[in-house]
Write a protein that binds this ligand. Structure first.
Ligand SMILES: Nc1nc2c(ncn2[C@@H]2O[C@H](COP(=O)(O)OP(=O)(O)O)[C@@H](O)[C@H]2O)c(=O)[nH]1
Ligand SMILES: [Mg+2]
Length: 221
């Protein structure tokens, strides 16, 4: 089994920000996690990092309105837990304000290297999910869609849903990858960490590739 480059178990809480403008300085590498309230975002972060209490999980949707930022093993590598959207009881004015700041974040944040969008496999691709992916693609940002709580379906139905959503995702005409995920069964973790590795160490990987190429050229001489 291939090991991930980054040790996600070393993730630690860095800060909470009330809005995008209060985030840490725009430098290094950042990957954001987004999804409707209750999609399983906090659970996925806890499962990825093998820390049960890192991101709080809640049975009451819509509670977390702060942006939580976690640092990883290397300085300037961060995971950002965005507030869940689509919660019915949030006033419309707040929803619109949030949508504006979210699209601005996706567009302007230079250190943002990728966006993970979590969707309950039983309720995928709701309107706000699609809006979010459209904004990301528009901002030339890569997207990983995780179909969460996959354990709610039997394996055959999981695969059927996966193929259906992959097919539907072609319409975004961007770099949109779709994978199955279950925090309960620890399913999809290798796929998630591989993608995060790629996004969070792009330059280093590129450096390695260049080094490999040079070594190859030397042996061919
Ligand atoms: N069956 C199942 N339930 C899950 C899974 N992940 C999360 N949940 C449940 O879904 C609810 C919402 O999870 P949470 O991580 O707090 O969602 P968030 O609002 O997106 O952060 C909680 O009751 C979790 O126990 C999963 O992989 N399988
Ligand atoms: Mg949460």
């Amino acid at each position: 089994m291939s090991r991930s480059i980054i040790n996600y178990r070393k993730a630690a809480f860095l800060t909470s920000a009330p809005d995008i403008s209060k985030l840490p300085a725009d430098q290094g590498y950042e990957v954001a996690f987004a999804g409707r309230s209750n999609a399983g975002k906090s659970s996925s972060l806890n499962t990825l990092t093998e820390q049960t209490g890192l991101a709080r999980t809640s049975k009451t949707p819509g509670r977390t309105q702060l942006i939580n930022v976690f640092s990883l093993d290397a300085p300037d590598r961060r995971l950002v837990d965005l507030p869940g959207y689509g919660y019915a009881k949030v006033p419309l004015e707040m929803k619109l304000k949030w949508q504006r700041s979210l699209s601005e974040y996706l567009e302007k944040r230079t250190c943002l290297k990728g966006l993970v969008v979590l969707m309950d496999i039983r309720h995928p691709m709701k309107e706000l999910d699609q809006d979010l992916i459209h904004w990301a693609v528009h901002s030339q940002l890569s997207v990983l869609v995780l179909l969460t709580k996959a354990d709610k379906f039997k394996s055959g139905k999981q695969k059927g849903e996966l193929l259906k959503i992959r097919e539907a995702s072609l319409a975004f005409q961007g770099d949109v990858t779709v994978e199955l995920f279950s925090s309960l069964k620890k399913q999809g973790i290798p796929q998630l960490s591989k993608k995060l590795d790629e996004w969070l160490s792009a330059d280093e990987l590129l450096g390695d590739k260049i080094a490999d190429k040079k070594a190859e050229q030397n042996t061919n001489k």
